[in-house]
Design a protein around this ligand. Structure first.
Ligand SMILES: Nc1ncnc2c1ncn2[C@@H]1O[C@H](COP(=O)(O)OP(=O)(O)O)[C@@H](O)[C@H]1O
Ligand SMILES: [Mg+2]
Length: 221
């Protein structure tokens, strides 16, 4: 499994109280499988992605990425795991402003030790951004930044790609189109995709849909 989560519990401190944010989450994503994560604002979607990315300590339960357990991993192992096996697309894209589009796309692949100029160019072409390679992020539209963030995340050939509402404030039609493209690219690269989305259209094109609410449930799949 690219991602395996079993009996995951996570509490947060809310004022003077401890609150169960994630209550017995069970979820798995196979290579090339595309999974939507839905749920109201505040239901813990971003927290769950942070736990999977090793950015927050796991309190209780099992999380394994590419068959490597995060629960027992040292900080060094977690950082290796992030570099080598996990791609992340943030809500606000987090492009590196001092680097050109091309350097942004190459960045994650270089970190992972998997720099391959051809792969990066092929992704740029598939996403229709090859004419932007020498531009800087500040000069791009939101939709262009979204495509660059997708190319950057996929270029390191991660086993698992995490995407947190990768739509920024983009208009829904265009953004959904790009997200559909992301799903196709993840499949053709055999990358497992876990994507937070509010769009029922996007969720419908995924292999499985999980909802994080009072209780975590598998809606379809
Ligand atoms: N480390 C933390 N300490 C206290 N509260 C937190 C912490 N992390 C998240 N929260 C709270 O947990 C809830 C869920 O947050 P989040 O995971 O961002 O939800 P979502 O992404 O589904 O909107 C929110 O109420 C947020 O304020
Ligand atoms: Mg969130």
């Amino acid at each position: 499994m690219s991602l395996f989560i079993q009996s995951l519990n996570h509490q947060i401190i809310d004022g003077d109280n401890h609150r169960h944010l994630l209550d017995n989450v069970n979820l798995s994503v196979a290579p090339g499988e595309c999974v939507a994560l839905m749920g109201d604002s505040g239901s813990g979607k971003t927290t769950l992605l942070n736990l999977i990315a090793g950015l927050e300590p796991i309190q209780q339960g099992k999380v394994a990425v590419a068959d490597i357990s995060l629960t027992q991993a040292s900080d060094k192992q977690l950082s290796q795991l992030r570099k080598k096996h996990i791609g992340i697309i943030f809500q606000q894209f987090n492009l590196l402003t001092s680097l050109s589009v091309q350097d942004n796309i190459e960045f994650s692949a270089k970190l992972a030790g998997r720099y391959d100029a051809q792969h990066g160019l092929a992704l740029a072409e598939q996403l229709g951004i090859n004419h932007l390679l020498h531009k800087y992020p500040a000069t791009l539209s939101g939709g262009e930044m979204q495509r660059v963030a997708i190319a950057r995340a996929l270029n390191s050939k991660p086993k698992l790609l995490l995407a947190d509402e990768p739509t920024g404030n983009l208009d829904e039609n265009n953004s959904n189109q790009v997200v559909q493209q992301l799903v196709r690219l993840a499949k053709s690269n055999n990358t497992a995709l876990l994507m937070v989305t509010h769009s029922a259209d996007v969720a419908a094109s995924m292999d499985k849909v999980y909802r994080l609410d009072a209780a975590v449930s598998l809606v379809t799949g």
